[in-house]
Design a protein around this ligand. Structure first.
Ligand SMILES: *Cc1c(COP(=O)(O)O)cnc(C)c1O
Length: 391
């Protein structure tokens, strides 16, 4: 297996990944794998995917050299601008791919689960564009916390189901969406939002996100006179923007670094276990009970991580580090003031790592490409509240 090639037939990246689902879902996973493999090899499909991402999604997103920050840090920082993609993050790349696949499989409906609401809004967007019915599962607690995103999904024509079981948050919404998928698999595709879940999702979502890295390696080459950045850094929640970025650089000498939130660092602090259909690193206690993750950014507070990251870490091809809330808030303010770019809290973790390690783990004079996975508008209210409290 070449690194970041296709996983094994059973969907394994080394000892990670796999397809740990109830018997009733095995056929659906096989059919999805077959449909994706054929579609991804069909130029008509990939042309349509690229056409939509260009004409509708705003691709290619630019690479911006951060001149003022570079001067301050003593390293050269390039930013891959997924914040400029339609809907304000990289999530559009994945949902357009899965919506096109839904139609190709002859299905008329997409379901998805969402925690903070960002993946729900992205899925509803792709469903609207391609004329698919869309149902979003969301824990009752999150529905109350994320009223604006619930309204956005409804504006886009989706129905939102408030899940009242368990802790009424993301993991209960995932269970509910899985149940609904079993019940309606003939008409319905389950659109997972990151490089997670049973095979083929981690592989498929990475392929739909590799457009980030495939563009960036060429764009960085133009800026660096044919060179490659010394470091490529991205934040890791489930790990899709990082996996998509790394895929473009894995065959170059670039050092790959994923940055997790200190309170949700599944690679740094977790151990292997099985959750949500996959084997991967997981935050768990001594008896295997899954621990709650905590992060200032809702997009990163998940106790697990995509299996391919566990693999890349285990073979040493990518390194993983953490950033804490204070560092993240600081990085967000510095990037805003010095460069006029307000980052989402998730990629502010990647920036925080780069700012902390410039002149330390990242030697002075290095060139670093960071993926700016999304814009900060969605977090502005929360950041205002926190900064207002602490200043
Ligand atoms: C959802 C989200 C993330 C986390 O997802 P990954 O799969 O780890 O990329 C990161 N950044 C932004 C802006 C997001 O919306």
């Amino acid at each position: 297996m070449s690194i970041m090639g296709a996983p094994s037939a059973s969907g394994r990246f080394g000892e990670y990944g796999g397809r740990f689902v109830p018997e009733s879902l095995i056929p659906a996973c096989f059919k999805l794998e077959e449909a994706f493999t054929q579609a991804w090899a069909d130029q008509e499909f990939t042309n349509e995917y690229h056409r939509i991402l260009t004409e509708y999604g705003g691709r290619p997103t630019p690479v911006t050299e951060l001149r003022r920050l570079s001067e301050q840090l003593g390293i050269r920082v390039l930013l891959k601008r997924e914040d400029l993609a339609h809907t304000g993050s990289h999530k559009i790349n994945n949902v357009i791919g899965q919506a096109l696949l839904t139609k190709r499989m002859g299905k008329t409906r997409m379901i998805a689960e969402t925690g903070a609401g960002q993946h729900g809004v992205a899925t509803a967007t792709a469903a609207a564009l391609l004329g698919l019915d869309c149902v979003i599962y969301m824990g009752e607690v999150d529905v109350a916390r994320q009223a604006l995103n619930v309204f956005r999904m409804k504006l886009l024509g989706a129905s939102v189901v408030s899940v009242t079981s368990g802790s009424r948050t993301l993991k209960d919404a995932i269970n509910e969406a899985m149940r609904e998928w079993v019940a309606s698999v003939e008409s319905t595709h389950y659109c997972i939002g990151s490089v997670m879940g049973p095979h083929p999702y981690p592989f498929m979502v990475r392929e739909f996100q590799r457009i980030i890295g495939d563009e960036a390696v060429v764009q960085a080459g133009e800026i660096l006179d044919g060179g490659v950045p010394d470091y490529v850094v991205a934040c890791v929640g489930g790990g899709s923007n990082a996996a998509g970025t790394f895929a473009g650089f894995v065959d170059t000498p670039a050092k790959l670094v994923g940055v997790e939130p200190e309170g949700g660092a599944a690679i740094t602090h977790g151990i292997p276990g099985v959750v949500h259909g996959m084997r991967s690193n997981l935050l768990q206690d001594d008896v295997g009970q899954v621990l709650e993750a905590y992060s200032i950014s809702a997009g990163l507070d998940y106790p697990g991580v995509g299996p391919e990251h566990s693999y890349l870490s285990s073979i040493g091809r990518a390194a993983y580090a953490t950033a804490n809330d204070a560092e993240v808030l600081n990085a967000l303010q510095i990037l805003s003031r010095l460069e006029g770019i307000i980052p989402a809290l998730e990629p502010a973790h990647a920036m925080a790592y780069v700012m902390r390690e410039a002149g330390k783990a990242i030697p002075l004079g290095s060139t670093v490409l960071v993926t700016m996975s999304g814009r900060g508008d969605k977090d502005a209210e929360l950041v205002a509240r926190i900064l207002g409290e602490t200043s």
